[in-house]
Design a binder for this molecule. Structure first.
Ligand code: NDP
Length: 312
């Protein structure tokens, strides 16, 4: 019988306990699910992990075969010097669908100029403009991983001219793929709407700064459901004030929750959403966790293993 430690958010334990138990049963794995304190650390075989959970020091978990993150972003654990076990991140159907819906919704909002109608319910019948069609707008997606690729593909299916950018070369049907430092400038020049779905790493920190924002077409829209660290906030606010960026819809921030006095809240051209672009769903996520435990026991490679050197 395996011992699987849940070190996620304590208020989600009532949801995760039955979901994980069902998924483990389904995968044919005999395991007892425990909270910290309910088993000795040395007896733990796998750790189901979120940075907001209680375990921060992995040293006592000497026998643990893997740390299985419930979050897609692993920036808060990947550099933990006590972590010697394999680390796997969450790739989950719920996360992917959620991100596609948030991104498509925000892109369509700005592409169609819907705010004009939502904020101007003043009795004036303004039908003087023919709405644009998707092929008229260029959208660039920074990050062509699991989430970026799904979003880019959905946007291309809607008819947008989509450019994608990643670290390594990619070939994604329907997407003009660019990569590396050389590809970034061109990717930004094409971005009437820019979507950043990059992980937080030392290389991506501050990637959207005064210099790179200046490469966007004037009045471009910036959507950031990746991580708050991707953006130099002062540079974005300056670009918004100057009209270089027409609107920013931001889901993630350097400090979360975003402090009430942060200028983003009051800025007329910023929309704040509270880190809700995509959420891990316990049902589908538990199936991913159980599959990785099955793989660990069968001696098969883990799914979605994090490259500790790359940081994602
Ligand atoms: P993946 O690891 O699958 O993909 C990451 C992508 O970013 C890859 O295409 C990678 O390139 C690219 N990348 C990384 N570093 C660089 C770099 N220095 N230069 C260029 N490209 C780079 O991640 P996911 O798609 O699953 O998730 C992306 C991020 O989304 C997560 O890390 C998390 O921060 C965020 N997220 C936000 C949520 C929200 O609710 N707001 C919910 C879930 C995730 P390559 O393919 O070449 O390696």
């Amino acid at each position: 019988m395996l011992t699987v430690l849940y070190s996620g958010e304590s208020d989600l334990w009532p949801v995760y306990e039955p979901a994980l138990a069902a998924a483990l049963r389904e995968a044919g794995i005999a395991a007892r699910l425990v909270l910290p304190g309910e088993a000795t650390p040395e007896s733990v075989d796998y750790i189901v992990f979120a940075p907001s959970g209680p375990v921060a020091d992995f040293t006592p978990y000497r026998q643990a075969k893997a740390v299985l993150s419930l979050w897609a972003g692993v920036e808060r654990v990947v550099g933990n010097p006590t972590l010697t076990q394999p680390l796997c991140r969450m790739v989950d159907e719920g996360l992917e669908r959620g991100m596609v819906e948030w991104v498509a919704g925000q892109v369509l909002r700005h592409h169609l100029g819907l705010d004009r109608h939502i904020t101007a319910q003043d009795g004036v019948w303004r039908n003087d403009q023919v709405p644009p069609l998707a092929p008229e707008h260029g959208v660039t997606v920074l990050g062509l991983g699991v989430l970026g690729r799904a979003c880019a593909t959905a946007l291309a299916t809607l008819g947008f001219r989509v450019t994608g950018w990643s670290r390594s070369p990619k070939d994604v049907p329907g997407i003009a793929c660019l990569h590396g430092a050389d590809g970034l400038n061109e990717a930004l020049r094409r971005a009437e709407i820019l979507v950043s779905i990059l992980p937080d790493t030392p290389e991506t920190n501050g990637l959207l700064n005064a210099e790179t924002l200046a490469l966007l077409p004037p009045g471009a829209v910036v959507l950031n459901p990746g991580r708050g660290t991707l953006i130099d906030d002062a540079a974005l606010l300056s670009a918004l004030d100057a009209g270089q960026v027409g609107h920013a819809t931001l889901d993630v921030f350097r400090t979360e929750p975003l402090p009430p006095d942060h200028p983003y809240w009051a800025h007329p051209h910023v929309t704040v959403t509270p880190h809700i672009a995509a959420a891990t769903r316990p049902g589908s996520a538990s199936a991913v966790i159980a599959e990785n435990i099955r793989r660990g026991e069968a001696g098969e490679p883990f799914l979605h293993r994090v490259d500790r050197d790359r940081g994602y």
